[in-house]
Design a protein around this ligand. Structure first.
Ligand code: ADP
Length: 461
């Protein structure tokens, strides 16, 4: 115990999460191996790792998604474990199984758990059987639009059509009018086929004015499962998170306990090990429903780290090494408030079009309660073929108001020159009265954009 068995870790990822993992390894005395594509030879994770191995061309499917190359790199470098980060191979059951076959520790749950929770329709059934509330919806995959429409009629409109293999908001459509069902089903399933190579769909009742509330879970290999409180991720554009915070303004201690207990039950029902997230939808009457489980570390894990004082990457490495959790539910106390704004290389004025390119000048603020996770440096050229996340700006304060005030100050000071970012948009969002009051739901950003457009059109008339 306390003696980490992992000696050398290969990080099968890039960007800020690769950097985050390398730093945690440094602290723990674990040697690190970075892998990179040709587009990433100057990337920060390559510079910071003890060793680095080029695994292919720029396109992810020629490099970061090439399982056999990553496994070869692991074996060649003598690494005994792989951390997949998020995205790429993080939720790929085949990859997790291959690691095991090669005697490499995969920092995450077992392949069969990834597979069973990765099928979102099957995951609903698993947790529902354990008594966790799910949104009314289909229990079998739906492949036929007409059959889907018949089922949707029984739930009542609006409904949401989702891809069983879904992620990143893809293959998802809200249907408000039964006449639109067939068309939107075809659109969603085509999108799912293209994105995931799988067009099996499921249908849920669409919960209006809902909040997205997720619970962070830690589970060791000996049946100990705890939750680390919630993150409110209701600030979303096109079902993609933009701002995350903990605790949620919508939860009191009683509801937190009930939701946390349901999250633990869901993780146990899945036979889960390592860090994971149970996502819920919370309606205006404080009813909550499971929507999915993410079987990996999340982009927004830092928010939970700030309020709990824990290091989730280190916890992941310890659990993967076979250590027992040395925390019980009673040890987990949420202190103060934490907020994260995702700064993306994108241009809000042009429909949030990605804006890759050279970072000419960079100033990252610091100070009390400020944390910025980024792989940017001055002179770095952000490649065009990966996602647009440029920096995760986090603040931690005594309460929500102080944390928001701190974030305003940090975003005002932050300078990223050479590329377009959503910094100003995030800054405006922090001044919105609905955001300040905490009275937000998942429609908040679209509504803000609609109001901005109205204002602009009004000015132009
Ligand atoms: P993905 O895995 O693609 O991110 P999720 O199932 O997590 O998809 O859903 C993404 C977002 O879509 C949620 O955060 C929420 O805003 C919205 N959503 C999903 N299901 C529902 C539902 N049944 N009712 C209302 N909103 C939903």
């Amino acid at each position: 115990m306390g003696n980490i068995m992992i000696k050398k870790l290969l990080i099968a990822n890039r960007g800020e999460i690769a950097v985050r993992i390398i730093r945690a390894c440094r602290e723990l005395g674990i040697a690190t191996v970075a892998v990179y594509s040709r587009a990433d030879k100057d990337a920060l994770h390559v510079k910071l790792a003890d060793e680095s191995i080029c695994i292919g061309e720029a396109l992810a499917k020629e490099s970061y998604l090439k399982m056999e190359r990553i496994l070869c790199a692991t074996i060649a470098s003598g690494a005994d474990a792989i951390h997949p980060g998020f995205g790429f191979l993080a939720e790929n059951a085949k990859f997790a199984n291959l690691c095991r076959k090669c005697n490499i520790t995969f920092v995450g749950p077992d392949g069969d758990v990834i597979e069973s929770m990765g099928d979102k329709s099957a995951a609903r059934n698993t947790v529902a059987a354990a008594g966790v509330p799910v949104v009314p919806g289909t229990s079998e995959p739906v492949l036929d639009a007409e059959f889907g429409r018949q089922l949707a009629d029984t739930f009542g409109y609006p409904v949401i059509i989702k891809a069983s293999a879904g992620g990143g908001g893809k293959g998802m459509r809200i249907v408000r009018n039964p006449d639109d069902f067939i068309h939107l089903f075809e659109v969603a399933s085509t999108e799912a086929k293209n994105a995931f190579g799988d067009d099996s769909m499921y249908i849920e009742k669409y919960i209006e004015h809902a909040r997205h509330i997720e619970f962070q879970i830690l589970a060791d290999n000996y049946g100990n499962v705890i939750h680390l409180g919630e993150r409110d991720c209701s600030v979303q554009r096109r079902h993609q998170k933009m701002v995350e915070e903990s605790p949620s303004a919508a939860l009191d201690e009683e509801l937190r306990c009930r939701m946390g207990e349901a999250a633990v039950r869901a993780a146990k029902a899945a036979g889960y090990h390592n860090a994971g997230t149970i996502e819920f939808i919370l309606d205006g009457k404080k009813n909550f429903y499971f929507i999915e489980m993410n079987t990996r570390i999340q982009v927004e894990h830092g928010v939970t780290e700030l309020v709990t004082g824990l290091d989730l990457i280190k916890e992941q490495l310890k659990i993967a090494s076979g250590e027992r959790l040395n925390l019980s539910q009673r040890d987990i106390v949420l202190r103060g408030h934490a907020l994260e704004c995702r700064i993306n290389a994108e241009c809000p004025a042009r429909g949030f079009l990605p804006s890759p390119g050279k970072v000419q000048y960079l100033h990252l603020p610091g100070g009390n309660g400020v944390r910025i996770d980024t792989a940017l440096y001055a002179g770095y050229v952000i490649p065009s073929m990966y996602d647009s996340l440029a920096a995760k700006v986090m603040t931690h304060g005594a309460n929500r108001d102080e944390t928001i005030a701190k974030m305003r100050s940090v975003l005002d000071e932050l300078v990223i020159e050479g590329i377009e970012t959503n910094r100003q948009f995030q800054r405006e969002l922090l001044n919105d009265p609905d955001f300040i009051s905490g009275e937000i739901d998942t429609g908040f950003v679209e509504e803000l954009l609609r109001r901005k457009k109205e204002q602009k059109d009004g000015l132009e008339v």
